[in-house]
Design a protein around this ligand. Sequence first.
Ligand SMILES: Nc1nc2c(c(=O)[nH]1)N[C@H]1C(S)=C(S)[C@@H](COP(=O)(O)O)O[C@H]1N2
Ligand SMILES: [Mo]
Length: 223
Amino acid sequence: MNDGEKPNLIGKIKDKLIRSKETWAQEGRLLTGQPDNLHRNRLPPGQKEVKNWPVLDLGVQPEVKPENWRLQVVGLVENPVALTLPQFRALPQAEITSDIHCVTAWSLYDNHWQGVASRTLLDLVQPKAAARHIVFHSYDGYTTNVKLDVFADADVLLAHSWNGAPITREHGGPVRVVIPKWYFWKSAKWVTRIVFHEEDKPGFWETRGYHNEGDPWKEQRYS
Ligand SMILES: Nc1nc2c(c(=O)[nH]1)N[C@H]1C(S)=C(S)[C@@H](COP(=O)(O)O)O[C@H]1N2
Ligand SMILES: [Mo]
């Protein structure tokens, strides 16, 4: 696949996996009915700790050469940008250690991320007053939505490194989103475009039965 081209998903996309996840959502699979709203436990309800990092995607892992990667930040912003990787890496850098919680019930503790804080990007592009929602668009055609105030949390990063090494292709390199407070489907791999909107626009999984938000302690798995 050529970088920047819409991937040809036909014949590669994991239709069966997508259908079985939709069935999980319809059946409310994995729900314990015992939310942990006060975060008494490090492990959210229904989750299991893993030691190795699983790979989950739609069946296409785009190869984005560093020199071809672009990050467009557009929509309801005063200063839209299209950054190359060197420009992105020249922005102030941030590091954060956070846990991953995937809606398929695995959690991975203590991931050390390096990248650019969402707040640094927000300072750069200056969202307009009407902007309330964000959609991430990725090189594999994936999309996912969050509220602007969730994106603006201090622990949200656009990460290029994990545990001291560049994020690998299978995990969404050169750059992926990391939103630690939400289930991991909100953390777009291979991100290339961030669009600011006035209205909410549910993404790939959000239109297939997943919750519009995704707080693991509240078990916001499905809609
Ligand atoms: N671009 C893109 N981002 C994505 C996905 C995807 O299919 N495409 N899957 C999401 C889901 S459901 C999960 S659990 C995590 C998996 O990230 P990992 O493969 O690095 O564990 O990526 C999320 N981000
Ligand atoms: Mo997931």
